[in-house]
Design a protein around this ligand. Structure first.
Ligand code: 44T
Length: 845
């Protein structure tokens, strides 16, 4: 398709001749007429082709036909989407954007398609563009807020707000540049800050590379705004793809980088530095450097790192990685097989496994207990390429750690000290006042292992695929070695010949059961949900109540219920329950265990379906009473239509709140659809959700939301650029450990009635009185999920698998104790927004 915007401008003569071209004019007018006719007939595909022809031949019709063209495009795209013609769909959008490159509605709509297909970064880019074109476009704004976290991760704000870290890096760079490193490469430049430090320190040549497109564009904007666009060359690429002289003219004398994650190596720093030493850096320095002279050798900031570890007991970590209950909602879990979170470094690495997760230990609800002193796990010199290369082949190091306090071994926590140069370092330790999280290597052994004060814990440290791996392998107790990494926990004597019988038994046990067969992976939040006793108990009671009511009703209608649930009942006496929870859920089984219930589960993964089948079997639930719904239907749209049955659903269980603390998208649409599919007396679980919130003053939340203060960052103008990516709602918050001052009591913000459509509203004003003076910076919110009029679950409870969310106010609001604050709460497409105003009505109490 020709690019209309790129076509050369016509001079007057050609334009006059064009206007006078009757054949062309006729084609245009016929095509326009056909386009309109096809549109009227709802033949969107043909209409779209006609419009393309008209608008490419006669761009002057663009304004006139814009609305109809958009409408046609959206309708045609919907059709293409429904039949899975995805490539055609995106081709149409591309053709449309060639005609209307600055059309925010088309951009936003293409973003929505991209998002649904899982192209989150690309989707985010489209929403961002749409919003730049029209900042007051609410649809694009909401979409943008939903994805901004993927474009610019929230830790960028934390790092830029961390003045000590910024200053230390700046000083180290300044010293190196003044010491002779005059050509500099900033690997993973982010906003461009370290590159700008090098330029400001007087480096002659500065290069920077960044692999994220959004961050690259942001760095370009920032560098230009600081008047350095001519003097820093920024490349949109991964450092590993850089070559001399193609990308930079010659090797540099200094590489600066902060491509480190909480586990140090997760951003690929080892690979990047090995490549840099081979291809981008001058050879390393041997002996003393000539101070002040232009350096002919290369070096890296940071110069190296020391990694520390410590064994901890922590219930919060445990409940996210191990099954801690024996019974869930009345079902014994004994037959479940082994359930494991995907965070493990003991098993073979595969794509679905992560060796560690991250947490800020100081903010874990319930805290943690150190079971050992911190130990040094590894030291690495970034200026020694042989050492970097040898890391993966280093032999596994075994460390023995004396246990200092008894407690259950839940995880090894890891942090590091980054040595910027010989003098200066940064620590990511749990006791430090920094923005850093720690890496957590959870222990998986099913029963949990309680360490005693005189024990020694044996930890193995190794480096595989350039990831640091730490594994608790054994405990030395009273001269015995107790192995921890065996699936069957077994006691081995230090000297194997002293108890050959025990050894033989455990070897046999390992042979007899192929334990990996029954291993099933659950997300951390799914594991926490299984461990959430109250949640399942509440559902169990509410379901039991409803089912007994409905059975009573059916009996009155003359139905007979067999006492033995394994004998197939008459169809009309069965009750149907559908659980549309996302991910792993036992609620369908809990429903089926009530008897005379046929339950439909939405669990999709086959390993997880196997677990449900095993549990059904061990709980005496007849095989035909549990079905996997999604095995039968092709597309999601059929989700709530029960297959081939004239009876209606007795209960539909909806998943209302995402783990991150937000209401699930399209919840209300699903609820209204579900309502139409219920039998008389049937219900939706939950029937109602009440949103609660509280006024708080929290600097922490501000630091994670935007670069704070009016002062430039290290003298550079960065904040206004990165702050464009600020979002008003903060997710995955732990309100119980958030450092903040509570400025009011909890207040009901909003009610969502899932059973009564008419009861719902989209706006609500709530008045709340400040109990303490302060600056309201945020309003954390959470939900009471009412299953029926008596039973509810709170997303704020201590054993919840949900986190909380918070609205961070654009401008903090100063209040005195007793002031009334008016909150305007809005719910648009499952997104909550809140603005706060001081209520100044005289006499208001
Ligand atoms: N997270 C810290 C990681 N990059 C920090 O695209 C600490 C997380 C964190 N570019 C809470 C707190 C904290 N070539 O923009 C990124 C990334 C880019 C590269 C070019 C390469 N080889 C790479 C590798 C990475 O570098 C930037 C920084 S990476 C990590 C930083 C505050 N949660």
């Amino acid at each position: 398709m020709p690019n209309a915007s790129a076509r050369p401008k016509h001079n007057r003569r050609t334009r006059r001749r064009r206007r006078a071209d009757p054949a062309r004019n006729e084609l245009v007018s016929n095509s326009l007429e056909s386009a309109q006719q096809c549109l009227f007939n709802q033949d969107y595909g043909t209409a779209f082709v006609h419009y393309l022809l008209v608008l490419n031949l006669a761009p002057m019709f663009k304004e006139f036909a814009k609305d109809s063209f958009r409408f046609t495009l959206f309708k045609w795209a919907e059709e293409l989407d429904s039949v899975g013609r995805i490539q055609d769909l995106f081709d149409c959008y591309e053709q449309a954007l060639e005609l209307f490159p600055a059309d925010e509605v088309i951009l936003n709509s293409m973003g929505e398609h991209l998002f649904r297909m899982g192209f989150r970064d690309e989707a985010a880019g489209h929403f961002h563009k749409a919003l730049k074109l029209r900042p007051d476009y609410p649809e694009a704004r909401e979409n943008f807020y939903r994805v901004a976290n993927w474009l610019v991760e929230r830790w960028h704000f934390l790092m830029l707000n961390d003045h000590r870290r910024n200053q230390k890096y700046q000083q180290a760079i300044q010293k190196a540049v003044q010491g002779g490193c005059s050509t500099v490469l900033d690997i993973g430049t982010g906003t461009g800050i370290l590159g700008m430090c090098a330029k400001k320190a007087g480096a002659a040549e500065v290069y920077a590379c960044e692999l994220s497109k959004t961050m690259y564009e942001l760095a370009c904007e920032v560098v230009t705004a600081n008047g350095m666009d001519g003097s820093i060359k920024i490349l949109h690429m991964k450092s590993l793809d850089m070559e001399v002289p193609k990308d930079i003219p010659q090797r540099v004398s200094l590489v600066v980088t902060e491509t480190v994650d909480a586990g140090l190596f997760g951003e690929g720093i080892i690979e990047s530095l090995i490549h840099a030493w081979h291809h981008l850096l001058l050879p390393p320095q041997r002996g003393e450097n000539e101070f002040g002279e232009q350096s002919t050798t290369g070096r890296v900031i940071p110069a190296g790192a020391t990694v520390f570890g410590m064994a901890v007991e922590c219930l919060e970590i445990r409940r996210h990685h191990r099954l801690c209950v024996t019974e869930v909602g009345g079902l014994s879990m004994a037959a479940a097989g082994e359930l494991q979170s995907p965070v493990s470094c003991s098993s073979e690495p595969d794509d679905s496994m992560e060796p560690y997760t991250t947490e800020r230990l100081s903010r874990l609800p319930g805290g943690y207990k150190s079971l050992t002193e911190p130990f040094t796990a590894l030291h690495i010199d970034f200026n020694n390429v042989q050492e970097l290369e040898g890391l993966s082949s280093r032999k596994v190091q075994e460390i023995r750690l004396p246990v200092i306090q008894g407690g259950e071994l839940d995880a090894l926590a890891v942090w590091f000290q980054l040595h910027l140069d010989e003098e200066s370092s940064l620590s990511t330790g749990p006791q430090e006042d920094t923005c850093w999280e720690q890496a957590i290597y959870p222990v998986h052994s099913t029963k949990g292992f309680v360490l005693k004060p005189r024990d020694e814990l044996v930890v193995e440290v190794s480096c595989r695929d350039a990831y640091l791996r730490l594994c608790s392998v054994a405990v030395l107790r009273d001269g015995h070695k107790i192995h921890l990494d065996k699936r069957v926990d077994s006691i081995y004597p230090e000297n194997p010949t002293s108890n050959p019988e025990a050894e033989l038994c455990s070897a046999l046990a390992c042979l007899q059961t192929d334990q990996t067969k029954d291993l099933c992976m659950l997300e951390c939040s799914e594991m926490a949900l299984l461990n959430n006793h109250d949640y399942h108990q509440s559902f169990c009671s509410a379901l039991a109540k409803l089912i007994s009511q409905l059975k009573g009703r059916k009996r009155e209608q003359g139905c007979v219920f067999q006492s033995d649930p394994t004998i197939p009942s008459q169809c009309s006496s069965l009750l149907y329950v559908l659980d549309v929870s996302e991910g792993f859920s036992l609620l369908s089984l809990i429903a089926a265990s009530q008897g005379h219930v046929k339950a439909y589960s939405s669990v999709e993964k086959s390993k997880q379906q196997e677990v449900l089948n095993r549990l059904a079997h061990s709980s005496g639930i007849a095989e035909q009473h549990l079905e996997f719904w999604l095995n039968h239907i092709e597309d999601e749209q059929g989700m709530l239509q029960r297959p081939s049955r004239e009876d209606l659903w007795s209960a539909i269980i909806l998943d209302c709140v995402e783990t991150c603390g937000l209401i699930r998208q399209k919840l209300m649409e699903k609820a209204s659809l579900a309502r139409c599919l219920l039998e008389e007396g049937g219900r939706i679980f939950p029937e109602r959700i009440v949103v609660y919130g509280k006024l708080v003053e929290s600097d922490t939340l501000l630091l994670e939301s935007a670069v704070q203060g009016q002062e430039p960052t290290l003298g550079f103008n960065i904040a206004p650029f990165i702050n464009q990516f600020t979002v008003p709602v903060h997710v995955f918050l732990d309100f119980s450990t958030l450092e903040c001052r509570h400025l009011s009591e909890s207040v009901e913000l909003f009610v969502l009635d899932l059973m009564e459509t008419n009861a719902n509203y989209t706006h609500r004003e709530v008045k709340v009185q400040a109990t303490t003076a302060g600056r309201i910076t945020a309003i954390p919110f959470w939900y009471h999920i009412h299953l029926d009029s008596e039973i509810s679950v709170s997303t704020l409870s201590h054993n919840s698998h949900w986190k909380q969310a918070a609205v961070v106010l654009q401008q903090p609001l100063e209040v005195r104790a007793g002031d009334w604050v008016r909150l305007a709460v809005k719910l648009h497409k499952s997104t909550i927004s809140i603005s706060a105003h001081l209520e100044n009505t005289p006499g208001m109490q």
